[in-house]
Design a protein around this ligand. Structure first.
Ligand SMILES: *Cc1c(COP(=O)(O)O)cnc(C)c1O
Length: 391
C-alpha cells in the first residue's frame, strides 16, 4: 500500500472477544460494511442483525435507545438530534391531511407552533384546550374523530400536573393515540400509565451538563418501528458522538436528578416564605394545586420552581439580573442553576381565555435548580429579592 492509500485504509485493531472496554466506545462511523453483497442485502431487509448507514442506525445510538426504552418502561426508542425533533417525528409519521389533534395551552411553545402553524399547512386540524379541562377533552373527543392527543406533565413553565390516568383513558375510549412530552418529569417517570408515546428532550436531564443536544421518542416497538422508515428519510439523526456523551450523562442521571429535586424542594419552601414572592409553583409543595396528583403519579417533583414576583416584568428582569449563581438562559436540567425572567417567556397570539389557562403572569419567573449548595442558592435568591432597586 502506498502512503496515499494507507491513510484512507488505516490498520485494523481487533479487540479479542474476552477483552472488553468498560465504557462502550463511540462508533464514530457513518458506514458499516459486510464482506459480501448477500449479507448486506439480508441486513437491508431486516433479516439479520447489523448496521449499514448511521442515518438509519448505529451501535452507539442503539445502546442509548435500549437504555432509555427500559428506563421509561417500553420496548423501543428512536433517537433524534434535538427534543423538538422527537416531538415533530411522531407527529409527522402518524398524521395525515384531514386528521385532528388535541393539544393544550400549557404547552412548550414550539410544540404549539408545530401543531398550530406547520402541521396546519399540511391539512392537520387541531383543538387547543386547558390541561385542567378533562371534561372539555372528553367532549371534543366525542364530537371529533381524533388521531392524537399531545400533552405534558408537569407543564412548562406553569408546572401544572396532568391527570394522566383520566386523560389517557379518555383518549383510549375514543380511539386517539397519546403523546406525552415527559421532559420535565424525567426519563424514569410515568411509565405505569397507558401512554402510547413518550417524547424527551435529552438536552436536559440526559445530558445534564448543558453541552449536548438530543431527543428520544419511546413507545411499544410496533409504533416506533412503523415510524423508523419515515424518520430515516426525514433525517433528524443524532450524531454518535452526541449519543456517547448522552450515554455518559445517563450514568449520573439519578444522582443529579435526586440532588436537584432535593435542592428544588428546599428552594420552593424557602421562597414560599418570602414576602416579595407572590406565588411559588412547585408540585412538591403541599399547598400546590397539583400536589395530590403529583404524589400519586411521580415519586419526585422535578427540578423546576416557578415563582411570581411582586411588581411584574420590570422587577422580574432586575431580579434575574441581580442573581449571581443563576444564569439568564434558556433550557433547564443543567448542573448550574438558570433563570428565565418574565420578559423572555411572554406568550403571543393567545386569547384572554388561553392566557388564563397558560397561567403565565407579568411577574412569572422560571428557576431551573442546579447542583450548587442549596444554602448558596437561597442566599443568592434572598439577596436578589432584597435589593432596594426592586422596590
Ligand atoms: C427543551 C424542551 C423541548 C425541546 O428540546 P430541545 O432539545 O431544546 O429541542 C421540548 N419539550 C420540553 C418540555 C422542553 O423543556
Amino acid at each position: 500500500m502506498r502512503k496515499r492509500t494507507l491513510v484512507t485504509h488505516p490498520p485494523d485493531v481487533k479487540v479479542p472477544a474476552d477483552n472488553r472496554p468498560l465504557v462502550a466506545p463511540i462508533y464514530q462511523s457513518v458506514k458499516f460494511t459486510f464482506d459480501d453483497v448477500g449479507a448486506t442485502l439480508e441486513q437491508f431487509k431486516g433479516k439479520r442483525a447489523g448496521f449499514y448507514y448511521s442515518r438509519v442506525s448505529n451501535p452507539t445510538l442503539r445502546q442509548l435507545e435500549l437504555l432509555l426504552a427500559e428506563l421509561q418502561g417500553r420496548d423501543a426508542c428512536l433517537l433524534t438530534g434535538s427534543g423538538v425533533a422527537a416531538i415533530a417525528m411522531p407527529l409527522i409519521a402518524l398524521l395525515k391531511s384531514g386528521d385532528h389533534v388535541v393539544h393544550f395551552a400549557e404547552q412548550y411553545q414550539p410544540t404549539r407552533a408545530l401543531i398550530g402553524r406547520v402541521l396546519r399547512r399540511f391539512g392537520v386540524a387541531s383543538t387547543m384546550l386547558s390541561i385542567d379541562d378533562l371534561e372539555g377533552l372528553e367532549r371534543v373527543l366525542a364530537a371529533t374523530p381524533t388521531r392524537l392527543v399531545v400533552f405534558e406533565s408537569p407543564t412548562n413553565p406553569a408546572l401544572k400536573i396532568a391527570d394522566i390516568e383520566r386523560l389517557t383513558a379518555s383518549a383510549r375510549r375514543h380511539g386517539a393515540l397519546t403523546l406525552l412530552d415527559n421532559t420535565l418529569a424525567g426519563l424514569h417517570n410515568h411509565g405505569q400509565f397507558d401512554v402510547d408515546l413518550f417524547a424527551h428532550s435529552l438536552t436536559k436531564y440526559a445530558s445534564g451538563h448543558g453541552d449536548v443536544m438530543g431527543g428520544a421518542v419511546i413507545g411499544r416497538a410496533e409504533l416506533i418501528d412503523a415510524m423508523r422508515s419515515d424518520v430515516s428519510i426525514l433525517g433528524p439523526t443524532l450524531d454518535p458522538h452526541a449519543a456517547f456523551l448522552l450515554q455518559r450523562g445517563m450514568k449520573t442521571y439519578f444522582v443529579r436528578w435526586d440532588a436537584q429535586c432535593r435542592n428544588a424542594l428546599r428552594v420552593a419552601k424557602h421562597l414560599a416564605q418570602h414576602p416579595r414572592v407572590e406565588r411559588v409553583r412547585y408540585p412538591g409543595l403541599p399547598g400546590d394545586p397539583g400536589h395530590d396528583l403529583a404524589l400519586r403519579q411521580m415519586p419526585d417533583f422535578g427540578t423546576i420552581v416557578t415563582i411570581d414576583v411582586a411588581g411584574g416584568e420590570e422587577v422580574g428582569s432586575r431580579f434575574a439580573e441581580r442573581l449571581e449563581l443563576f444564569a439568564i438562559a434558556a433550557s433547564l436540567g443543567s448542573t448550574e442553576s438558570l433563570v428565565v425572567p418574565p420578559a423572555l417567556q411572554k406568550v403571543r397570539g393567545f386569547t384572554a381565555e388561553q392566557q388564563r389557562w397558560a397561567d403565565i403572569g407579568p411577574g412569572t419567573v422560571r428557576l431551573s435548580i442546579g447542583l450548587e449548595d442549596v444554602d448558596d442558592l437561597t442566599a443568592d435568591l434572598d439577596s436578589a429579592l432584597g435589593q432596594p432597586e426592586l422596590d
